[in-house]
Write a protein that binds this ligand. Structure first.
Ligand SMILES: CC(C)(COP(=O)(O)OP(=O)(O)OC[C@H]1O[C@@H](n2cnc3c(N)ncnc32)[C@H](O)[C@@H]1OP(=O)(O)O)[C@@H](O)C(=O)NCCC(=O)NCCS
Length: 185
């Protein structure tokens, strides 16, 4: 069996075509977001400067995570927020630690960004343990507001506090309403 390799691509344009389509196909099947009927649109909003981590076996993706970034103002402070997005492992490869491996690589990347204040991901409650293993913090009492007009997000938020300023400001996020923006990543 061919070995599983980890690769990192610094933009959507840098993704080889066969990988790009495997990522977007998995996303279209798994997530029922409003934009997933736009089959030829970019995988992620280019303004968020997405980067991609893939585990491949030959030409096939077995696991994936993307990282995106945007500025968010919260409690009158501007933060550079990095998102962990579209994490998946293809079914036959689940339960072998590959999801954990790709999440660790993407999380290390977030921690190494000089401008990063905060990491933010949206997940389901049953996956809290999966992400906690890579240093993500459950934000039980933070209410995320998304959209125009803003409405409470049904997803479960987890964060990582990267910069010294964000670490000091952590209590300001824990019991707060957090306005993320027009659409989630
Ligand atoms: C969630 C997902 C990425 C996990 O990938 P994976 O490669 O199977 O994960 P790993 O093998 O690295 O699992 C690591 C740990 O997380 C736990 N875990 C994995 N999937 C889980 C799930 N669905 N529910 C609860 N725990 C889970 C595992 O039990 C394991 O814990 P252990 O080390 O104590 O045994 C995979 O199930 C998947 O692609 N799901 C569909 C897409 C999805 O839901 N993505 C997450 C979006 S937020």
């Amino acid at each position: 069996m061919t070995d599983i390799e980890l690769s990192h691509y610094g933009s959507e344009d840098a993704l080889p075509t066969h990988l790009r389509w495997q990522i977007s196909s998995f996303i279209r099947q798994w997530w029922n977001d409003p934009h997933t009927d736009q089959v030829n649109a970019p995988i992620m909003n280019p303004d968020w400067k997405p980067v991609f981590f893939v585990l491949t076996q030959g030409l096939a993706i077995v696991a994936h995570a993307a990282v995106a970034a945007k500025n968010v103002t919260h409690a009158d402070q501007k933060y550079r927020v990095y998102g962990l997005c579209s994490v998946f492992t293809y079914r036959a490869f689940q339960g072998r630690g590959l999801g954990q491996r790709v999440v660790a690589a993407a999380s290390d990347y977030i921690d190494s960004q000089a401008d990063a204040d905060i990491g933010l991901l949206f997940t389901r409650r049953e996956l809290v343990g999966f992400y906690e293993g890579a240093g993500w913090v459950p934000m039980d009492r933070m209410i995320v507001m998304i959209g125009e007009p803003a409405a409470q997000s049904p997803d479960y938020p987890m964060m990582r506090f990267v910069s010294a300023r964000a670490k000091a400001d952590r209590p300001n996020f824990e019991h707060a309403e957090f306005f993320f923006g027009a659409s989630k990543w």
